[in-house]
Design a protein. Structure first.
Length: 602
């Protein structure tokens, strides 16, 4: 039986094995299994009795279901489509998807285009010609007995992705140094198009006659044939935390460019871990130990737990058995937190790869690229600004702090709202170029976007999730406020028409009740305007003094009561205006009125 302590970032995980579960570690005696092993979540160092022994080596294979309307080789819709997400099992199955004879495949143009965008976002070399082939293996949810993929002739290869350290609002010098050291570059070996399998669900059923239990498996082929891109990474990752950040960065990037919704809990994005270890005092040598593949992880927590358990399991196996690890395929058992053997790992010869005879090569010509002459022309039109580039631009052009730029850059609709709002405000407030005022406008827009507007969106998403189960990843996508509307609110705030409190109320009204209306018009209808006219404010101050004669008399006495009574009268005047008086101009008007009715008081 295994118990994993619940760690925080950067702490160690401890593994305790009792004699009842030593079957997971062949040839280990009970007393050895009780030995304390630790693996550091951030460094991946596996230690025995605090003595560093092994370094964890991790490679990832990420399977991403493309967010396109149809399957890869048939015209039927995919189950992740909005209109078919609640479809009954086996109701979205074209005869080709289940290997009915007489039906031939036809590659989806949308799938190829989505794969190109994914490859470009990962800085890959895109091959103008790629080929499909058959990868043979037998499983219940694979009716063909083979999977159509691109193992040897992929659509893209030789890319990379930069994995940043976790972002926090404020960083001291030590945290900045740690962030720099925690940044890693992960190489991309290849990106290949392939068809997805069906989904097998296994359950236990009980025979009511004799009380015995039996296993029952059901297969749903709705997912069979859906278009995937498999992203195969180099073994550049050294810890479970790095693996988690890599998966999360990849998930956000795919959502950013719109090629995959990234919903791991629904199987849209699944992770295979390739884990091996090597002695801590050895220079890294690829394939020094046989790698173990852990299949189909569908949450970040599973990625971390599986990586750490597998590193410790291999360390104990090598140490106690003085042998290398077996090359095998395993699955992760969520309840026990252990990896479980599925089969010995196949090699290329076991899969019997052969060219797909029913599909021609994919040639990236004008037909595939939707009329564009080259891949570069296609990317220029359809590839959005990537998060790293957006983050750098927001920080340099608008002097936003690192955290704020990171928050906005991670949400493509939010980038669009921010840029539109800044342009709207600058056009109204800055007829001439003024870098100082421009920075103030950008920072004001960022503050209202990241704090107030995002809060409104999250509140609505919480309600929607409670009723519909919907989850918003890019929250800017669900905003009821447009960029120009947000920009107009900032204009009203900075030109003194409304106060900060009024701006927050106005934003909420526009989001919840006055959809699509002009901010200025809504402000007028709801009385959300500052009173700035000097004569009006003086009249307001006179009325306040008439309503508070005792305080006025105390003010006239001078001395220590002057400051206290002045503060009191300002508060009463502001209350009399229902909070609509311009604070600075109200002070000026009250000073003038008091000098008029009580001259020379100090």
């Amino acid at each position: 039986m295994m118990r994993l302590a619940c760690p925080r970032h950067g702490c160690s995980r401890r593994l305790y094995l009792r004699s009842t579960r030593v079957s997971q570690l062949p040839s280990l005696q009970a007393q050895s299994a009780r030995s304390l092993w630790t693996v550091h979540s951030e460094t991946g160092i596996v230690s025995w009795k605090k003595e560093p022994r092994f370094q964890t080596i991790i490679g990832l294979e990420i399977h991403c279901q493309l967010d396109i309307p149809t399957k890869l080789f048939s015209s039927y819709p995919t189950s992740n489509n909005t209109t078919t997400s609640t479809a009954k099992p086996n109701s979205l199955v074209h005869p080709f998807d289940v290997a009915v004879p007489g039906f031939l495949p036809h590659a989806s143009q949308e799938a190829v285009q989505a794969a190109i965008l994914t490859a470009a976002a990962l800085q890959c070399q895109i091959n103008t010609t790629s080929r499909f082939e058959r990868k043979h293996y037998h499983y219940a949810d694979l009716p063909f007995g083979y999977q159509v993929t691109q193992q040897r002739w992929p659509i893209a290869q030789n890319g990379s992705i930069t994995i940043m350290a976790p972002h926090t609002k404020k960083k001291n010098k030590k945290q900045q140094q740690q962030s720099s050291s925690q940044q890693i570059e992960v190489g991309i070996d290849r990106i290949q198009l392939e068809q997805d399998t069906g989904k097998t669900t296994t359950s236990l059923t009980r025979n009511h006659n004799n009380g015995s239990w039996s296993t029952r498996s059901l297969v749903d082929f709705n997912r069979a044939g859906a278009a995937l891109v498999e992203i195969v990474m180099n073994p550049d990752i050294r810890s479970s935390q790095q693996a988690v950040r890599t998966v999360e960065t990849m998930r956000q990037l795919l959502q950013h460019i719109g090629t995959c919704d990234g919903k791991m809990e629904e199987g849209s994005l699944r992770v295979d871990l390739n884990v091996s270890i090597q002695p801590i005092d050895t220079t890294f040598v690829p394939n020094l130990q046989n790698r173990v593949e852990v299949k189909n992880l569908n949450s970040l927590r599973q990625v971390q737990q599986a990586a750490e358990y597998e590193a410790m399991r291999q360390a104990m196996l090598v140490t106690e058995s003085t042998m290398v690890t077996f090359q095998e395929t395993r699955t992760f058992h969520v309840k026990s937190g252990q990896t479980v053997l599925i089969r010995s790992k196949e090699g290329d010869e076991d899969y019997r790869f052969m060219p797909e005879p029913d599909l021609p090569p994919i040639v990236l010509d004008e037909t595939v690229l939707g009329g564009h002459n080259s891949v570069l022309d296609y990317l220029a039109e359809y590839l959005p600004e990537l998060p790293d580039a957006a983050r750098e631009r927001l920080a340099q052009e608008y002097q936003l702090d690192e955290y704020t730029a990171h928050v906005i850059a991670g949400d493509p609709p939010a980038i669009r709202i921010f840029d539109q709002a800044v342009v709207t405000a600058q056009t109204a407030l800055l007829p001439d170029d003024n870098s100082s005022s421009s920075r103030e406008i950008a920072q004001t827009v960022a503050k209202f976007l990241c704090n107030d507007l995002f809060a409104l969106i999250r509140d609505e998403e919480d309600r929607r999730r409670a009723y519909e189960g919907a989850v918003a990843d890019n929250i800017g996508e669900y905003s009821n406020i447009t960029g120009p509307q947000l920009g107009e609110i900032v204009v009203l705030l900075l030109n003194g028409t409304i106060s900060t409190t009024m701006a927050k109320k106005l934003l909420a009204l526009l989001y919840q009740e006055e959809l699509g209306q002009s901010p200025l018009g809504v402000a007028k209808r709801h009385g959300l305007q500052l009173i700035s006219d000097h004569q009006t404010l003086e009249r307001l101050c006179h009325e306040t003094l008439e309503q508070n004669p005792e305080q006025l008399e105390q003010y006239r006495r001078g001395g220590k009561h002057v400051a206290k009574m002045k503060k009191f009268l300002v508060g009463k005047a502001m209350s009399h205006s229902r909070g609509n008086a311009h604070p600075e101009r109200l002070h000026e008007a009250l000073e003038a009125v008091l000098e008029e009715v009580a001259p020379g008081v100090q």
